[in-house]
Design a protein. Structure first.
Length: 237
């Protein structure tokens, strides 16, 4: 395979899969142009990868593990536990509104005084579109947003867990491992480009997981107490 053929195949595959992960590509880049700046860069990258593969410096087979997951941590940005991503397709009812995703719900809370922006977010075709709408109007968001956004996100995650059994099950499957949003773009909600970010979304998920385990443990304990109680005496006729 030539570098140009590989670049073309990569571009076509990316354009086809991107919407499934909540991304929208720009109209002006949907047609691959090998003479454009991005096109030349992609061909150059593919040429180097092919050269490394031919020299056996890059494995031709993918190891059998999920991304960056280890026995100590779970990365959920686009991996097995993508269910924990705000972009995953789980509707959330929050504060009297039904949202397509947790991402929609989060950005909606930024604009309590703008019905127009709120409508643009709640009816956005994808989580990415909701994010872009919020970015376009960020000068209009509530003044205290940075003070309240973490608490709002925590409540949205709780609602997502409460409303979806599958989300609860996947969250509990993570055990005691550290949860990381391995986003290379965001060093507040994720771990950022240098893996030194605050990973606030992962930290909130670990809080919610702890709450869920405590709740489940209390429920089991109550069931056992009820089972161990002696039967009520029969009333005399």
């Amino acid at each position: 395979m030539t570098p140009l053929a590989l670049a073309l195949r990569f571009h076509e595959t990316y354009e086809r899969l991107a919407p499934s992960f909540g991304y929208e590509t720009r109209t002006d880049t949907r047609a691959f142009d090998p003479e454009s700046k991005n096109g030349r860069l992609m061909v150059a990258v593919c040429a180097e990868l092919l050269s490394l593969m031919s020299a056996n410096e890059v494995p031709l087979t993918v190891p059998h593990f999920h991304g960056l997951d280890t026995p100590e941590r779970v990365c959920f940005y686009e991996q097995e536990f993508y269910v924990l991503s705000n972009f995953s397709a789980f509707a959330v009812e929050f504060n009297g509104h039904l949202f397509q995703t947790a991402e929609h719900a989060y950005h909606f809370q930024k604009f309590p005084n703008s019905g127009t922006v709120r409508n643009g977010i709640i009816f956005a075709a994808s989580a990415h579109s909701a994010f872009k709408t919020a970015e376009d109007f960020k000068t209009e968001r509530r003044a205290d947003w940075d003070l309240v956004k973490v608490d709002i996100m925590r409540d949205i995650l709780r609602a997502k867990v409460d409303q979806h059994e599958y989300v609860r099950r996947k969250l509990l499957e993570t055990g005691e491992r550290e949860l990381i949003e391995n986003s290379w773009r965001d060093d507040f909600w994720g771990w950022g480009p240098n893996r030194t970010g605050r990973n606030m979304l992962g930290r909130l998920w670990m809080e919610v997981r702890s709450e869920l385990k405590t709740r489940n443990s209390s429920s089991v304990s109550l069931d056992r107490q009820m089972a161990d109680r002696p039967p009520y005496p029969k009333e005399k006729p």
